[in-house]
Design a protein around this ligand. Structure first.
Ligand code: COA
Length: 260
């Protein structure tokens, strides 16, 4: 199958999935999310594929977030649906995929982009990567599992600070937080992922799929947190702060939040 916004390259038993909207810093619009769902469904069924690398095209971004232009006029119901559908069909699906998925973070991984990287089984970053959850600067909260997976990976305090400040951390900081496993030069990013995969594919793919299931099971008691996130994310869409935050971004100006 061919896709408008995704490139798939298969090298031996590894599939490299590249999100390909470089002019929009690979922001996740509806089409990209739908295509990613189809791609991961297709790869899950492909028994020849033993590992997947997910990355972004161009030198600047992995994924700079959900496409703000698509949801800035959503109401509470639409906001809630956006988070619920995205979590179930893509982010949770990737996390629970039986094939190992590595995020090769090659630049900005912000908002939905960092959430996508966090849904992967682990992350490797290039030294120019920048990561953050800037949603509260738009008057909304992370809605694709970010409020749950970031504390799991970096601890509650660091996650709270990252989410509240809406700031970005460098690849080195992300490494020291345990958010990414390795940092390397942009040129070495994919070769390093392939090197790790060559170790993974020496092992039983059946045992690995059971290990993924078992590790993920340890975090399932957070399921109510995800539901809480969907409710809170949806509620943001009924606030004046959300209207101001997204409008200000699209008008390329600083937001002036009314605080309601
Ligand atoms: N949604 C929609 N479009 C986005 C986007 C997003 N999340 N992130 C970047 N883009 C678009 C920009 O609007 C711009 O499009 P244009 O050239 O048609 O105007 C293009 O991608 C390039 O981005 P630009 O902002 O010009 O690049 P920059 O180098 O000046 O800044 C960022 C890079 C990542 C700091 C900046 O793009 C940004 O803050 N993006 C939004 C991040 C965010 O809040 N994500 C969370 C969303 S929930």
């Amino acid at each position: 199958m061919s896709y408008e916004t995704i490139l798939i390259d298969k090298v031996a038993s590894t599939a490299i999935v590249t999100i390909n909207r470089p002019n929009k810093l690979n922001a996740l619009n509806k089409e990209t999310i739908g295509e990613l769902q189809d791609v991961f469904n297709e790869l899950q069924k492909d028994k020849k594929i033993k590992a997947i690398i997910l990355t972004g095209s161009g030198e600047k971004a992995f994924v700079a977030g959900a496409d703000i232009s698509e949801f800035s006029d959503f109401n509470v119901k639409e906001g809630k649906k956006l988070a619920a559908k995205g979590q179930k069909k893509l982010f949770d699906f990737i996390e629970n995929l039986s094939t190992p998925v590595i995020a090769a973070v090659n630049g900005f991984a912000l908002g939905g982009g960092l959430e996508l990287a966090m849904a992967c089984h682990f992350r490797v970053a290039s030294d120019n990567a920048k990561m953050g959850l800037p949603e509260v600067s738009l008057g909304v909260i992370p809605g694709y599992g970010g409020t749950q997976r970031l504390p799991q990976l970096v601890g509650k305090g660091r996650a709270m600070e990252m989410i509240m400040t809406a700031g970005m951390i460098t690849a080195e900081q992300a490494h020291s937080y345990g958010l990414v496993n390795h940092v390397t030069s942009p040129e070495e990013l994919l070769p390093l992922c392939h090197k790790i995969i060559s170790k993974i594919t020496n092992n039983s793919s059946v045992a690995i799929s059971y290990a993924i299931k078992a590790v993920n099971a340890g975090f399932k008691n957070t399921v109510n947190g995800y539901e809480q996130e969907i409710e809170a994310f949806g509620a943001c869409f009924g606030t004046d702060d959300f209207t101001e935050g997204t409008t200000a971004f699209l008008e390329k100006r600083k937001a002036d939040f009314p605080g309601s």
